[in-house]
Ligand binder design. Structure first.
Ligand code: C2E
Ligand code: MG
Ligand code: MG
Length: 767
């Protein structure tokens, strides 16, 4: 099996994979899940630690910011107090004192500490009456939020405005204001401390936020940004800069931490905040999560990469293991399967039979083994071709399977031989019934590749434990029974009998002996004269094969030729016969022919022509002195190839005779299709001639001779034993005779004697 084939098969393989093949994949999945779970826990812990760390840092920063905030507003408060003092002194009629305080105020406000821009006073009528900055003309501020907050909305404590544009300086400003009181505690205007948001932002920046951290001051409750440690100008120009709702909500708790995604964005912010009670502001230290968690995320990437890599490698290993295992199992499966029909093969039968035999011994009952051989399968293969043959075998396999139960084992042994193993039979009758069912299922024509074929089969049966207790013995005995069925009872079944074994063994021994016979020079040719009835003398000899078998003696060809044909040994033997006969005949007088019998097997694959040619060439025998006798068996093959071979033989110059005419199918057709030189009338008819009744034999012999005369063919009567037969044959006009009357077949050295004797012995007058 090539690699390409395996790869192409992979998807099918995986789909058909039994669960146990996937075990490695399950193990991989479980291991990967455990590792992934562990990694997730570890990473979760790591992230929590990183977040905690970020919050702790943000909280420390927020605390610092709170300190700063309180310091700024301490100053703001003291400026408010001084403004109130100035007002009270003026109210008390002490302008000098008030002026001294005012100068003190201007000094403090002017030194720019804590982002203070200026201090001013707005009278109850909305007009600004005083400012720490010199040269400020009268200015109406009655519409400013910090004035309205106190004058109209009754805001009592410290008010901090959102960033505004100062009407004095034209710069951004944040107003921190309080109410001024007269001696009676009534509303006497508003004291305003203006703070510079950019200066405030610088203060924040000077606290040195770590990378990724931003400090912000936001106003409560609307969350407007008053200062930012980064991008202050840009941020302040984008009013109103509302805070994330989470920030506002959290600020009521005065201090804490929170995580949020500002502006619905993708970057998370980890923040800590402080909102001191004294001021309506919240100080935030916000850390970009991407920066805070950068180290953690790097580690997470490494862990995930490692995990992915390990999972990938694991998966690859598991897949390879799985595929390997599946392939191994498939190869093991294929080793016991017949690739054509998909049935089990002989190897599986042996393996499956062992436990079945064991169970039989323990529990009683029989194991039946039925061997089924298709009767005409070879013909199908030869005439319709191998593809049809293969398709027929598959169709037969399907039919047989349909006849069997699941517990029966159906096997293709080889070629057209199938086996059925049936455990748990009660008696031989069960096997006979099954055999009948199997044969019946093949009675209907089998269809394949648009061809319809009538097949039929023979079955040999062996039963364990009676006929053997090992698979090998049982198979062997079933084979013997099958052989018997084929020889004696085609289309039926035969049970194994011990005598069959003896016959089979004899056959085996003969086969073994025959294989060596040629090499050991145990084969010899005997010759029987052919007597010419016109010239009244011997005109030739038929070469008849003999096997001088050690310890047994001369064996007739009738006993061993069929075996030689079955085993293919006829090819070398036939070749030897041709060479021997031609070289013997080359020694004889020039007018004496030699007749050699050719087996149908020698005609297959057009092997006969070169062999005849070689024998003629080697012996120097003239071709017209060689006569080749073929039986109807040759013509039964009836293919164009056979006819061509016959024509080729005749073209060599040899003569061709049709042997044993009348014994087989004797189709007249044969005589017309091929130009034979001679017909040999089977001795069964000639034997009838002497009976004196002038019965059937006489009629047939007369008919054959008459027909041949019309077709211009010579006739040889075989098996002539009596003078009476000879007389009749001469009367009917037969041209040649052969038989014990003239001589039995005798060894080559007797040929000279046989040339003379018959003519001398028989007086022509007898005819
Ligand atoms: P066949 O070709 O028809 O040969 C004639 C057979 O009839 C011979 O038997 C011969 O001995 C026998 N016979 C001759 N005269 C008489 C008679 O008067 N009475 C009786 N009862 N028999 C007679 P054999 O030699 O036993 O050969 C039998 C068959 O074996 C042959 O029949 C032939 O078909 C085959 N055979 C013989 N030699 C060869 C061979 O070299 N090659 C092949 N392929 N077949 C051979
Ligand atoms: Mg013959
Ligand atoms: Mg014959």
């Amino acid at each position: 099996m090539g690699n390409r084939c395996v790869l192409a098969d992979l998807p099918r393989l995986m789909r058909a994979m039994p669960w146990r093949h996937g075990l490695a994949l399950w193990v991989w999945l479980a291991a990967t899940a455990i590792c992934a779970g562990g990694a997730a826990l570890y990473l979760h812990g790591q992230e929590r630690a990183a977040r905690l760390h970020a919050f702790v840092e943000a909280e420390a920063a927020a605390e610092t910011l709170e300190q700063l905030l309180l310091r700024v507003f301490e100053t703001v408060e003291s400026l408010h107090d001084l403004t109130q003092s100035r007002h009270s002194l003026r109210e008390a009629g002490n302008p000098a004192g008030a002026e001294a305080v005012a100068q003190h105020l201007a000094r403090i406000a002017g030194n720019g500490r804590f982002a203070v821009q200026q201090v001013s006073v707005i009278e109850p009528d909305g007009w600004m009456s005083w400012s720490s900055v010199a040269n400020v003309g009268p200015l109406w501020l009655g519409d400013r939020p910090h004035f309205l907050a106190h004058a109209q909305w009754g805001h009592a404590g410290l008010y901090v405005s959102p960033p505004l544009v100062s009407r004095i300086s034209g710069r951004a400003t944040v107003q921190a204001s309080r109410v001024l009181r007269d001696a009676a505690g009534g509303f006497a205007g508003v004291a305003v401390v203006s703070l510079d948001p950019l200066a405030l932002s610088r203060l924040l920046r000077d606290q040195g936020p770590q990378p990724g951290m931003v400090f912000r001051l936001r106003r409560l409750p609307d969350g407007a940004i008053l200062a930012a440690s980064r991008d202050a100008e840009a941020v302040l120009q984008r009013p109103p800069n509302p805070a994330h709702p989470a920030v506002i909500a959290a600020a009521t708790a005065h201090q804490g931490r929170l995580a949020y995604w500002p502006d619905g964005g993708e970057t998370e912010v980890l923040a800590a905040f402080r909102a001191p009670r004294e001021v309506p502001l919240v100080a935030l230290a916000a850390l970009d999560a991407a920066v805070a968690l950068a180290e953690y995320r790097q580690r997470r990437l490494l862990v995930l990469l490692g995990l992915g890599l390990a999972a990938g490698v694991g998966l690859l290993a598991a897949a390879m293991f799985t595929v390997n295992r599946a392939l191994r199992d498939r190869l093991a499966e294929e080793a016991v399967r017949d690739p054509l029909t998909g049935l089990f093969n002989r190897r599986h039968l042996t393996e499956a039979m062992r436990p079945a035999l064991g169970a039989t011994v323990r529990e009683g009952g029989l194991v039946g083994l039925l061997l089924l051989d298709l009767d005409r399968f070879k013909e199908v293969n030869d005439t319709l071709g191998l593809p049809v043959g293969d398709a027929i075998l598959c169709a037969v396999a399907d039919r047989l399977r349909g006849t069997l139960r699941d517990s029966d084992t159906l096997v293709r042994m080889s070629g057209d031989v199938f086996a059925v193993m049936v455990p748990g039979m009660r008696e031989a009758g069960d096997a006979a019934a099954l055999a009948a069912r199997l044969l019946a299922c093949l009675v209907q024509p089998v269809q394949a590749l648009e061809q319809s074929v009538v097949l039929g089969a023979s079955i040999g049966i062996a039963l364990a434990p009676l006929d053997g207790d090992s698979p090998e013995q049982l198979i062997r005995n079933a084979e013997i029974a099958l052989y018997r069925a084929k020889v004696e009872a085609r289309g039926q079944h035969r049970f194994f009998e011990p005598e069959m074994d003896a016959a089979m063994q004899a056959r085996r021994a003969m086969e073994v002996g025959l294989r060596d016979a040629l090499a050991k020079q145990e084969l010899e040719l005997h010759y029987q004269p052919l007597f010419d009835l016109k010239q009244w003398r011997v005109s030739g000899f038929e070469a008849l094969l003999r096997w001088r078998r050690p310890g047994i003696g001369l064996v007739s060809p009738a006993d061993f030729i069929p075996l030689a044909e079955e085993t293919g040994l006829i090819t070398p033997i036939g070749e030897w016969v041709l060479h021997q006969a031609c070289s013997d005949a080359a020694q004889w007088p020039a007018w004496v022919k030699v007749a050699v019998n050719l087996s149908p097997v020698q005609f297959r694959n057009a092997g006969a022509v070169p062999v005849v040619q070689a024998a003629l060439a080697a012996s120097g025998l003239k071709p017209e002195r060689l006569e080749l006798e073929i039986t109807e068996g040759v013509l039964l093959q009836d293919s164009e190839e056979t006819l061509q071979t016959l024509h080729a033989l005749r073209a060599l110059g040899a003569r061709v005779a049709l042997d044993d005419f009348g014994s087989g199918y004797s189709s007249l057709n044969y005589l017309l299709r091929f130009p034979f030189d001679k017909v040999k009338i089977d001795r069964s008819f000639v034997g009838d001639l002497g009976s004196g009744s002038g019965g059937e034999g006489t009629v047939i012999v007369r008919a054959i001779i008459g027909m041949c005369r019309n077709l211009n063919l010579a006739t040889t009567a075989e098996g002539v034993e009596t003078e009476e037969q000879l007389r009749r044959l001469t009367q009917e006009g037969c041209t040649e005779a052969q038989g014990y009357l003239f001589s039995r077949p005798r060894p080559a050295q007797d040929v000279p004697a046989m040339l003379e004797e018959p003519g001398r012995k028989l007086v022509k007058a007898a005819a």
